[in-house]
Write a protein that binds this ligand. Structure first.
Ligand SMILES: Cc1cc2nc3c(=O)[nH]c(=O)nc-3n(C[C@H](O)[C@H](O)[C@H](O)COP(=O)(O)O)c2cc1C
Length: 431
């Protein structure tokens, strides 16, 4: 299972652990001639490693070391490999708990799966891995043109903001200046208790082209959900009006039309798994981080109970650091959907893109041949079990007749299409 690979089209692989030598990123086939790193990447990385009163005091410089794929500041189209060295990892902080499964962390479930885990800073389960995604999005966002993403915190712990209007100019993107001091006071209290808080992030994106996403197993909503759930601490996603859709009757949930346009956006811009041109809107439920200094009941590898208090350097509320990661994952997801839509609809305008589209179609044709042959194999088994003749000339004639008719209807030469179908039948026969 290639579970560290992010996007089929760009072939993004991330690697590295929190206390290993580096976090890294390999992009197999980046688009050529893009500025890399962009001027905005530094700001996104700084926000991800946010230093504030409620954040980890780990101080990493996050300096990019580009190992390949960039020449004179532009991508060459060759594999792009970037690493960021971990310079401020203090593994000694974790020594005392090296044989202990910390409540809420991935230690216990990963140990059950692999019988080994890197206890230093959560290893690969650490939020530090998300750094590689922010770097990857720096390339993906080139495909997004006018798409504008806005993320606000609308709830932190018990405190709710009255609205999700524009993100405030504060690390939490808290939308209400009036209640911001209350939020800070609340976080101070939680910090003094040695506890942590999660919350709700409201995400909206405007200028989304319609037609993104592919029914039924590549729905845009499903792919966004998968991308979001790959981020540690995400516990839920609700599109559009979210939980209200479960309470209201259909008459209040349908987006009706007025003057040829959709008059509301109850479903957050995606219906049937495909974007409809409205703003993309969803909420993420974020759980509090697990590392808290309040004493907790844990378990050690020998199966003995252990009472622990996690010291080290941890966030009280990590939402400010999550915001650029959520944005990056949405950018990667949308870039993938846009790129795929371009490939299958031949919308690209240069020779390499046209060729890529053709290659994609050929690839799909070959996959279809393979799928057809797999079904023919089942038909053969069925016929054998039911004493039916393997050959059926009448059925073959019917297939050829239908193909010729279809070809005529879309202005393709019927004889050539029939030849193709004959080859198709011969390939199916090879099973
Ligand atoms: C940007 C970011 C920062 C994080 N910081 C911390 C942290 O300081 N302490 C902690 O316990 N978990 C932190 N986490 C969460 C862990 O990575 C996550 O809880 C863990 O991998 C288990 O995954 P799960 O929450 O999806 O079950 C952070 C996650 C992200 C994305």
């Amino acid at each position: 299972m290639r579970s560290n690979r992010l996007s089929e089209l760009f072939g993004i692989t991330t690697f590295g652990e929190s206390h290993g030598p580096a976090i890294g990123l390999l992009i197999d086939s980046p688009p050529p001639n893009l500025d890399f790193p962009s001027a905005e990447l530094c700001a996104a990385l700084q926000q991800r490693s946010h230093k504030g009163d409620f954040s980890t005091s780990r101080h990493e410089t996050d300096r990019l070391e580009i190992l390949s794929g960039v020449f004179e500041g532009k991508t060459t189209g060759m594999p792009l490999c970037v690493i960021v060295r971990n310079c401020d990892a203090k593994s000694a902080d974790y020594e005392a708990l090296k044989d202990v499964f910390r409540p809420g962390h991935a230690d216990y479930s990963w140990f059950q799966k692999y019988q080994i885990f890197d206890y230093r800073g959560g290893g690969r389960a650490s939020g530090r891995e998300s750094l590689a995604r922010v770097i990857a999005a720096d390339l993906a966002k080139n495909l997004l043109k006018d798409i504008k993403i806005e993320i606000t915190s609308t709830q932190i712990g018990e405190l709710k903001a009255g609205s999700s209007s524009a993100a405030g100019d504060n690390p939490f993107h808290w939308p209400e200046p009036d209640t911001y001091p209350e939020l800070i006071k609340y976080l101070d209290e939680i910090k003094s208790l040695g506890d942590s808080l999660g919350g709700i992030l409201h995400v909206s994106a405007s200028n989304i082209p319609s037609g993104l996403g592919d029914p039924i197993y590549e729905k845009l909503s499903a792919n966004i959900a998968k991308a979001m759930f790959s981020i540690g601490t995400v516990r839920g996603i609700l599109f559009g009006d979210g939980l209200d859709l479960a309470r209201r009757p259909g008459s209040q949930c349908n987006d009706q039309f007025a003057q040829g346009l959709l008059a509301s956006n109850h479903h957050g811009g995606i219906v049937g798994g495909v974007s409809n041109g409205q703003d993309l809107v969803f909420e993420l439920v974020i759980r509090p981080i697990s590392s808290i200094s309040i004493p907790q009941e844990a378990l050690d590898k020998a199966g003995k109970p252990r009472r622990i208090s996690i010291q080290g350097r941890h966030d009280v509320c990590h939402l400010p650091r999550l915001i650029p990661v959520v944005e990056a994952m949405l950018q990667i997801c949308l870039a993938d959907a846009i790129q795929y839509q371009r490939l299958i609809s031949g919308q690209s305008a240069d020779l390499p893109s046209f060729r890529e589209s053709l290659d994609k179609i050929d690839e799909e044709l070959i996959t279809l041949l393979w799928r057809r042959r797999a079904i023919v194999q089942k038909v053969k088994q069925y016929k054998q079990q039911n004493d039916l003749s393997p050959q059926d000339p009448a059925r073959e004639r019917e297939i050829l007749r239908k193909a010729a008719k279809l070809a005529e209807g879309i202005d393709l030469p019927p004889e050539l299409v029939q030849d193709l179908i004959k080859i198709n039948l011969r390939i199916s026969d090879t099973c």
